[in-house]
Design a protein around this ligand. Structure first.
Ligand SMILES: [Fe+2]
Ligand SMILES: [Fe+2]
Length: 251
């Protein structure tokens, strides 16, 4: 399998997964032009589009791609029905594609219907988990996003986190400001700063990496709790997560 990230807009990535027979999948095509260029260049035949949620920067290219490839099947959650999805999927559905199986995981929080697709070792998680951070809570609650992170955290540690935005540097800048004494975060902030200065791509990340550097996966950390003002046991397990998300919103 060949995993490719196609840069789009300011900081989006449209992911493709292709096989030896030149068949491919397209995940969250926010625009069609850069995708069509890659398909032509590699002579790839797209088999399906996978949509994670209804935002325009993830679905904007669907119509054009389906015009070019009328046989394309478009999978997505209910909220993408009017954005071109032809096959509505939800938690636990298993989709056979490219001779593999893709499991649908409901990951609400950023939007209410947001889903992710897992086919070992690939996780296409849209705007749920970013490297070093998490998506904004546009529709859902911190509790929902916390539970979505918990689900993702049950996957194998070598899972490739294929998220939809290059937000790693700003996430690490935030994480470093929150927890400056953490060596892993300091080191990764430095590494990503250098990488981005050379316009390098920081993705995909791995779950093992995120467990070390993503504060939203580390809300049990005592230093983090104390810094966020929890000198007591939080009432709910997602309270620290919620406070951290608030801090990021105003950072
Ligand atoms: Fe989004
Ligand atoms: Fe997005």
């Amino acid at each position: 399998m060949n995993l490719t990230s196609i840069p789009a807009f300011q900081d989006n990535y449209i992911w493709t997964l292709s096989d030896a027979n030149r068949r491919c999948l397209i995940i969250d095509p926010g625009e069609a032009t850069p995708v069509l260029a890659i398909l032509n260049k590699n002579q790839w035949q797209p088999e399906a589009i996978l949509l994670t949620h209804h935002h325009q920067d993830h679905v904007g290219g669907v119509t054009r791609l389906v015009e070019e490839y009328p046989q394309l099947v478009v999978y997505g959650p209910q909220e993408t029905q009017d954005k071109g999805a032809t096959h509505i999927v939800s938690e636990g559905d298993v989709i056979p594609l490219l001779g593999r199986e893709f499991t649908v995981i409901a990951t609400p929080g950023h939007t209410l219907g947001h889903i992710s697709y897992f086919s070992k070792p690939y996780l296409f998680c849209g705007d749920t988990m970013f490297s070093g951070g998490c998506g904004r809570l546009f529709e859902g609650t911190a509790e929902q996003m916390y539970q979505s992170f918990h689900k993702i955290n049950q996957l194998p540690e070598d899972t490739l986190i294929c998220c939809a935005h290059e937000y790693t540097l700003s996430n690490m800048k935030f994480s470093h400001a929150i927890l400056p004494q953490d060596h892993e975060i300091t080191r990764y902030y430095q590494e990503i700063s250098e990488l981005r200065a050379k316009n390098g791509i920081s993705l995909p990340s791995t779950l093992a990496k995120e467990r070390k550097i993503n504060l939203f996966l580390r809300t049990q950390n005592d230093d983090l709790k104390r810094i966020l003002g929890f000198n007591f046991t939080p009432k709910h397990p997602w309270d620290v997560f919620a406070r951290l998300r608030q801090e990021k919103d105003t950072f």
